[in-house]
Design a protein around this ligand. Structure first.
Ligand SMILES: C[S@@+](CC[C@H](N)C(=O)[O-])C[C@H]1O[C@@H](n2cnc3c(N)ncnc32)[C@H](O)[C@@H]1O
Length: 314
């Protein structure tokens, strides 16, 4: 990778997703799971048209392109500044990557409710971890139903309570950011009303990843205010001074990336790990986390669990 390309990527400080740029260099985002594999998307998408809704920094769209897709659309509420899951996402990150990767992806800035401006048939449409953020589940589904697609992947957290069709406001504190949640029975029946059939449901657990992440998380703290650099480079501009009390998983050239802040020198901060019980440490060391999660689930059930639903239009 040439110096100018690295500088472009690293001088943007809001990366959320970790994405391979080239030559083993990644964007310094904290979402490092490979979403493509989590969703069970096909190994090859050679010659296919793909649309990712809520494409964020672009992890899935660049992966689709790498796997041979013919045309790839990245749709989000892309805007210039704001940065919240419901009000818009900075277009800067995905634009930098499109440029540096010399990519042909199409960036669509109007999001789900502006998709009628695209006159295209899609082999695959993806909506991962977006439904709950938008909130109006019925409106999301009726809008999706109008898109011209062959297969639609919807992945999210769905209510675990699955006896009858159910849509409700979240009950637990951790899920209060979402206005509405539904179970998969509700989703399947709504899509049926739109003449869209379910092809496959798979469940997957992200708990193991989260626990591992929590155990290995690198917390960094400074004593007082320290220099914040634009780049992981001693000679780059100091953009501000700030007290650091954060976490960082990304160390490059002796600098930590602190999201929405910038780069701090490793020697200016001290590192620590989260406090974890000895039992959990041993369970992790012995690679028994999945058994631990299973046993925990027998005694306490969570309000939601993660599913991927694949729908097909005939
Ligand atoms: C939790 S993030 C998930 C991003 C990505 N799909 C992933 O799995 O990492 C939610 C994304 O949905 C986007 N979003 C929110 N409302 C949207 C809308 N109406 N149309 C398209 N995207 C939207 C947000 O801007 C954000 O990028």
């Amino acid at each position: 990778m040439i110096k100018e390309e690295i500088e472009k990527v690293f001088s943007y400080h809001k990366w959320r997703q970790k994405i391979l740029i080239k030559d083993g260099v990644y964007t310094p985002g904290h979402i490092d799971n490979n979403i493509w594999l989590d969703l069970g998307l096909p190994q090859s998408v050679e010659g296919l048209n793909i649309l990712d809704i809520g494409s964020n920094d672009g992890q899935l769209v660049f992966e689709a392109e790498r796997r041979g897709a013919k045309k790839v659309y990245a749709s989000d509420l892309y805007i210039d500044k704001l940065e919240t899951m419901a009000m818009g996402w900075p277009v800067e990150g995905i634009t930098i990557l499109k440029d540096v990767k010399n990519s042909d992806i199409v960036i669509h800035t109007e999001g789900l409710f502006g998709l009628d401006s695209i006159n295209e048939h899609f082999d695959i449409v993806i909506l991962n971890n977006v439904l709950n953020w938008i909130g109006d589940i019925d409106l999301v589904l009726s809008t999706l139903a109008k898109v011209n697609f062959k297969r639609l992947y919807i992945a999210d957290q769905f209510l675990t309570s699955n006896t009858t069709e159910l849509k409700t406001v979240p009950q637990t504190k951790e899920l209060k950011t979402f206005k509405e949640l539904c179970n998969i029975k509700y989703l399947i029946s709504k899509m049926k009303e739109h003449n869209i059939e379910l092809e496959k449901v798979t469940s997957f657990s992200i708990q193991e990843k989260y626990i591992k992440k929590f155990i290995n998380q690198n917390n960094i703290k400074s004593n007082g205010e320290v220099d914040i650099f634009n780049q992981p480079d001693q000679n780059s501009t100091v953009i501000s001074k700030s007290k650091i009390d954060s976490s960082s998983e990304y160390l490059y050239n002796g600098f930590y990336f602190v999201r929405s802040v910038g780069w701090v020198r490793k020697e200016d901060v001290s590192g620590s790990k989260n406090k974890v019980s000895l039992l959990l440490k041993i369970i992790n060391k012995l690679n028994l986390l999945s058994l631990y999660i299973f046993l925990k689930g027998l005694f306490r059930s969570d309000e939601t669990s993660n599913y991927v639903l694949v729908f097909k239009k005939n």
